[in-house]
Design a protein around this ligand. Structure first.
Ligand code: VGL
Ligand code: ZN
Length: 205
């Protein structure tokens, strides 16, 4: 049983969004096509309360600065993906009809949750692992935004939970706060045992 994970395909991660990911909207048609090749689709949604402590404004700091949040290092972000806002909604044109589950994360204002599996302090599970195990998922394929944050940490957790894990590299895009971050993230995933593939390899099977 192969699951396709669609990570944070939300308006705030498009080029016009609050936390812009260059070309973040351009992968949507490809991801719609990829959906047809999988038995199970699960989406994640970054879903923050307005007072989330990853937002720079609450620290009187600039986005990109780093603070310690209850013992965990935290990059500060612009206000993004506030629950029920337009920015938190799925990108226009994304097929959402066949999602078996939408895993919302980042609701605890004191700890960020890049990964679809655990909050950043690894103390709280999102329910993703239990959901996938219940459905008999044996392989996880990952797409979405952003390569260097939520995609990376989702893939690393999937690996550490023991799932054979594939990154569909051309179905992701990075924030690239520093040049090369997305490439570096792909290297880290690969070193951790994530298999990096291209969508063409999925379509040829
Ligand atoms: C993300 C930064 C903050 C992501 C979410 O989806 O990659 N990045 N929140
Ligand atoms: Zn976020």
């Amino acid at each position: 049983m192969k699951a396709l994970l669609l990570v944070d395909l939300q308006n705030d991660f498009t080029p016009d969004g609050a936390l812009p990911v260059p070309e973040g909207d351009q992968i949507v048609p490809l991801i719609n096509k990829l959906q047809k090749k999988f038995d199970l689709l699960v989406a994640t949604q970054d879903w923050h309360p307005a007072d989330h402590e990853s937002f720079a404004v609450h620290h009187n700091k600039q986005a990109g600065e780093i603070v310690m949040l209850y013992g965990v290092e935290q990059i500060l972000w612009p206000v993004h993906c506030v629950q029920n806002s337009y920015g938190a909604a799925f990108i226009d044109g994304l097929n959402t009809e066949k999602f078996a589950w939408i895993c919302q994360k980042g609701m605890n204002k004191k700890v960020d949750s890049y990964s679809g599996f655990f909050e950043n302090d690894h103390q709280q599970a999102t329910g993703m692992d239990a959901f996938l195990k219940e459905r008999g998922v044996s392989e996880i394929y990952i797409t979405g935004l952003a390569t260097d944050y939520c995609v990376k940490f989702t893939a690393l957790d999937a690996r550490s939970l023991g799932y054979p894990t594939y990154l569909i590299a051309d179905a992701t895009r990075g924030v690239n706060l520093s040049e090369g971050d997305a490439e570096k993230a792909i290297g880290e995933m690969s070193s951790a045992g994530v298999t990096v593939v291209q969508s063409s390899e999925i379509f040829s099977n």
